[in-house]
Design a protein around this ligand. Structure first.
Ligand code: UD1
Length: 374
């Protein structure tokens, strides 16, 4: 049987790989291996997602950990090359835009192994944003470009990618969301935090551009404190953000702010329970903008632009930047019942993993192979 290797490494990868992995398993026409780079290694940033999403433990764990971009990416490349040479996959599948995605793209291209990129074609056009670099390079090196929205197809065509390589399959992360929402909402998460449905806000912050610069970070946490005065605000703190808040001596004060509920990073199901029943979400995450759109929950993006324009054009997302007055005005509009109404974008239907599995099987010739041996 032909073999696909899936690369995962960081938190936003796991909910994208799970539906593809399960759909391939259900079809039984391809061997698959899960390789974890170890970019994220905390139990709360990684392990809990495997159990929540019903993913098996990775067959290979590279144990890379943190480091500068060059160190981290280079260490991943060295270890991945060994795995690919030994495993001889027919296809390597990567998702998203993290350093693990880029490392796999570079290694496969040197070994002439076909690469599939899930979530291809998104562009923020911020030249020096690490994720943008990862996206552009990975797309350049991919044989199969699987896009979540039509704008991504247009970006790739504009960059000269042949249309035969571009496949609009929909948003695979939404498969995970739809298949887990009911289970998540049965958890006691809201009760445990003393919250009632639609009576609280959720915030996340982790982009280097927002949290590594103390001047920007202090402004953003000031805005979050103002939001927390209006309605309870749950703020699960990413390790990068916690480190910065601790170094600046702001953590204890923020913990005591009225209405503020600072918590550790949450598991997939717990966090979904929280977001699906929130009144408003404030975030600089890309994935959360999409999840909010799928859930129909108003979302305020604390960045200057988004690489996911469909969440604004069709969904519930508003890009409000980092200016305090603008953020609070948007929150007040939502609390007054004048938030943006959205629809669910095309093909965010819970079946993207199945479409990808069929495409992979076709592209490596596995269906013909299965028929021939039947
Ligand atoms: C990475 C991705 C980003 C994604 C984010 C989701 C890149 C370039 N960035 O950013 O696109 O949105 O994951 O979380 O790939 N740390 C821990 N425990 C961990 C992992 C990290 O404490 O399990 C701390 C370390 O101090 C580390 C820092 O967080 O230096 C940043 O981790 P890193 O993986 O470099 O990037 P993220 O900011 O998590």
């Amino acid at each position: 049987m032909r073999k696909v290797i899936h690369i995962v490494g960081a938190r936003p990868n796991f909910m994208k790989v799970a539906p593809i992995y399960k759909a391939i398993r259900a079809r039984g026409v391809l061997h698959q291996r899960l390789v974890h780079t170890g970019q994220h290694y905390d139990v709360k940033m990684s392990d809990v997602f495997f159990s929540d999403l019903g993913l098996p433990a990775p067959e290979v764990h590279l144990g890379i950990g943190s480091g500068s971009h060059a160190e981290q990416t280079a260490r991943m490349m060295v270890e991945m090359e060994k795995v690919f040479l030994q495993e001889k996959p027919d296809l390597v599948s990567v998702v998203g835009d993290v350093n693990s995605t880029l490392a796999a793209a570079l290694v496969t291209s040197k070994l002439a192994i076909p690469l599939a990129h899930v979530e291809a074609g998104l562009r923020s056009r911020e030249r020096y944003q690490p994720e943008e670099v990862n996206r552009v390079v990975t797309d350049r090196l991919s044989e199969l470009l699987l896009t979540p929205s039509r704008d991504a197809d247009a970006n790739l065509l504009e960059e000269g990618v042949p249309s035969s390589r571009i496949h609009f399959v929909g948003n695979v992360m939404i498969d995970s969301l739809l298949s887990n929402q009911e289970k998540a909402e049965q958890l006691s998460t809201l009760r445990d935090l003393g919250l009632s449905a639609r009576q609280y806000a959720v915030a996340t912050l982790h982009r280097p551009v927002n949290v590594d610069d103390p001047k920007l970070l202090v402004g953003l946490i000031g805005s979050l404190r103002d939001v927390a005065r209006r309605l309870p605000l749950v703020f699960p703190v990413h390790p990068r953000t916690r480190k910065m808040l601790t170094e600046q001596g702001w953590l204890a004060e923020l913990e005591r702010a009225p209405g503020m509920k600072l918590v550790e990073p949450m598991g997939y199901l717990e966090f979904l329970a929280l977001t699906s029943q929130a009144r408003v979400i404030l975030t600089d995450s890309g994935g959360l903008q999409e999840e909010a759109t799928a859930l129909g929950v108003p979302c305020l993006t604390l960045r200057e632009q988004t690489e996911r324009p469909v969440t604004v054009e069709v969904g519930t997302n508003e890009v409000v930047g980092t200016d305090a007055a603008r953020i609070l005005a948007a929150v007040d509009r939502i609390l007054a019942g004048q938030g943006k109404q959205g629809r669910v974008p095309e093909l965010w239907d819970g079946r993207t993993g199945e479409r990808i599995a069929d495409l992979y099987a076709r592209s490596v010739g596995a269906q013909g192979q299965a028929r021939a041996s039947a």
